[in-house]
Structures are given as C-alpha cells and as structure tokens.
Write a protein of this length. Structure first.
Length: 360
C-alpha cells in the first residue's frame, strides 16, 4: 500500500526513517460528498457519553461539541449512564440514525465485544475513549497509559513515606481495564521499589460512597495509615470528609498528615493540592480525549489509516493486538512543588497547560 501524509496536519511520525503515524486508505466515497460549491459535507459522528455523574466525565462532555465544531463534524449523542445494556441500545440507535462513525467509552470492557462486532459488520468505525476492549476490534483507542498512573502514584507515595508505612488503594472497577491497569501497576511498583510499605487494596467499583465506607473501616482498623491512592476523583469528597472527621485533614508539614494522590486532574483536585488537602494527582486529559477521539473518527470515515509510532501531540500509538491500535496520550503527575519523585517529573498544580486550569 502506498503511504501518504495526512493533509490536515493531524500528525506524522518518523521511526527509523519510516512514516509510522498514518497512511492513506482512500477518500471515503459517499461519506464526504461535495455540494455544488465544492465544500465537503460534515461527517455524522455518533458519540455515546459513558456517564454524567463525575466532574471528569462532565468536563469531557463539555469538550465534545467544541471540538466537533472545530473539526467540522456533525454529532448525534447519547448517554449510557455506566450501563452496558444502555450502551448497546444507544449504539444501535445511532446506527439507525445513519452515523458514519461511533465514539464511545465503555466502562465494562469485556461486555462491549458484541457491540464492536455489530459496528464492524456494518463497516462503521469505532473509536474508544479512556477504556480498551478486552476483545474485539476498533479503529483506535484514545486513552492514557493507565499502568503509568499506578506507577506514578506508587512512586509519589513511596518517596513521601520514605519507603515505610501503610497505604490504602481505593481501586476502581476491576471489570474495567483501567481499574486493573492502575491496581496491578501500583502493587507491582510497591513490591519492587518500596517493600517496606503495606498496601491495603479496596475494590470500590468507581463508587464514592463505597470508597468512603471502606476507607473508614480500614482507618478504624489501622489508624496509622499514612497514604491514600484514589484511582479516580470519584472518591475525593468522601475521602476529604473522612479525614476531616478524624482530624487528619492537616497541612503536609504536620506529622498527622495523610498523603493523598488521585487520578483525573479535575479543577477541584488542583484547588485541593494548592490548599494542602491532597498532595498530587495524575491529570487525565479530558480535553484531548474529546479532541483526538473525534479526529480519529473523522479520519476513519475519510478512509485514512494509522500505524504504531510517536505522534506530533506528545503521545505514542501502540499496537495492542492485531486489529487494535491505541494512542496513549500524555498524563502528567501534578504536585504542589513540581518536583521529581522516584524519577518521575511533575508539573505544578497551577500550570496553565493543565486542562483543569482552563475551564470556564
């Protein structure tokens, strides 16, 4: 196949002198018809929002129409509310409405396989955001390296605790690749680098109330716990309330301080880092998830293809398995001081490059 560069400047990568970022795969005849003035019609993209009960996903939802407008795409949207049955029905509805591509973020990464098969049979490209399907094909997965989330959290807490003590990990849903990646990487990193730290893993199913309940039980049994890793900001409010009730919500230089690191990078987390309530987060790029998911969906409709390699937007495309590529976007560690922890550099909480500092 003859390779060519993307005309829209999305990205081109060079690896050992070979173009690896993208390759032309046709013009997508019938998908981008021209009107009498020569202007291309906007492709119709279906987007299923996974949920609207967290600040992170509400931020993502706000970015989608903005980037659709910028990229000259039309949208049909649904919300599956963290329910795989609703996701299946929503995708079928979008297909019946004539969408040419589908963007979705299935929270149950095993049960989405039949939906992917339906889309593939209809030759409708699927782009997955944030999560990777356990089986099945998609045009592209847009997410960050979730194992790196767990490793960054591990090294931050490991250094802050000088390699000793007890920490609680409030896990996400282990039916999700994200929950598994973050949990496994955190545990493996602690075992390899900080064997003097005891980790109490608590499965919470991304449920804030359940996370608070389990943290309370763990703190009662182990009042000497000195660190908490929340795999998402879903647990933020409950964790801070519980620490305050126990008179543990104190400045970082107080001996009673419990070091807390989260994942997401929502504005509230950044404010809490500034206030000394929590100590760090990993900024999951809600804005870039929307931007590049829509970009890939449009590219798929236009017949373009991509290959593994570095991109021009500070990420790397990897091949997960035949039939599935993943663009792993940058997700920096965010701290109060912008220091380096266990070899991991961080950015300060007030850095203007963080999407959480650029809302509203």
């Amino acid at each position: 196949m003859t390779r060519r560069r993307l005309a829209l400047g999305t990205f081109l990568v060079l690896s050992a002198g070979l173009a690896t970022g993208c390759a032309g795969g046709g013009d997508g005849a019938g998908d981008t018809a021209a009107d009498g003035g020569g202007a291309a019609a906007k492709p119709l993209i279906g987007v299923d929002y996974p949920r609207s009960d967290t600040d992170f996903w509400n931020s993502y939802i706000s970015y989608v129409p903005k980037f659709a407008d910028e990229q000259q795409s039309e949208l049909k949207t649904t919300n599956s509310q963290n329910d795989i049955a609703k996701l299946t029905a929503n995708v079928q509805s979008l297909m019946s409405q004539g969408v040419k591509g589908v963007v979705m973020a299935p929270q149950d990464t095993a049960a989405v396989a039949p939906t992917l098969q339906q889309l593939e049979a209809k030759k409708i490209p699927a782009v997955l955001v944030d999560t990777r399907p356990d089986t099945g094909n998609a045009f592209m997965v847009v997410r960050a390296d979730n194992r790196a989330y767990g490793e960054k959290a591990c090294k931050f807490l490991g250094e802050k605790l000088s390699g000793k003590g007890k920490v609680v990990m409030l896990e996400g849903d282990l039916a999700s690749i994200n929950g598994r990646d973050r949990t496994e990487a955190f545990n493996e990193c602690m075992k390899a680098n900080y064997p003097g730290i005891t980790v109490f893993g608590e499965a919470t199913n991304w449920d804030g109330a359940l996370a608070s309940q389990k943290l309370q039980t763990r703190l009662t049994a182990n009042p000497d716990i000195k660190g908490v890793y929340m795999e998402s900001s879903f647990a933020l409010a409950g964790t801070l309330q519980l620490l305050k009730q126990r008179d543990l919500l104190v400045p970082p230089d107080d001996p009673k301080h419990v070091f807390v690191i989260s994942n997401d990078g929502i504005p509230e987390e950044l404010k809490d880092i500034a206030a000394g309530n929590i100590d760090a987060t990993v900024s999951q790029p809600a804005d870039l998830y929307a931007k590049y998911a829509l970009m890939y969906a449009k590219a798929a409709i236009e017949g373009k293809t991509f290959q593994p390699g570095a991109t021009d937007h500070d990420s790397t495309i990897i091949q997960v398995r035949p039939g599935l590529l993943e663009d792993q976007l940058s997700a920096p560690l965010v701290t109060a001081d912008g220091g380096t922890y266990g070899g991991v550099p961080s950015v300060k909480h007030d850095d203007k490059s963080l999407w959480g500092n650029n809302l509203g």
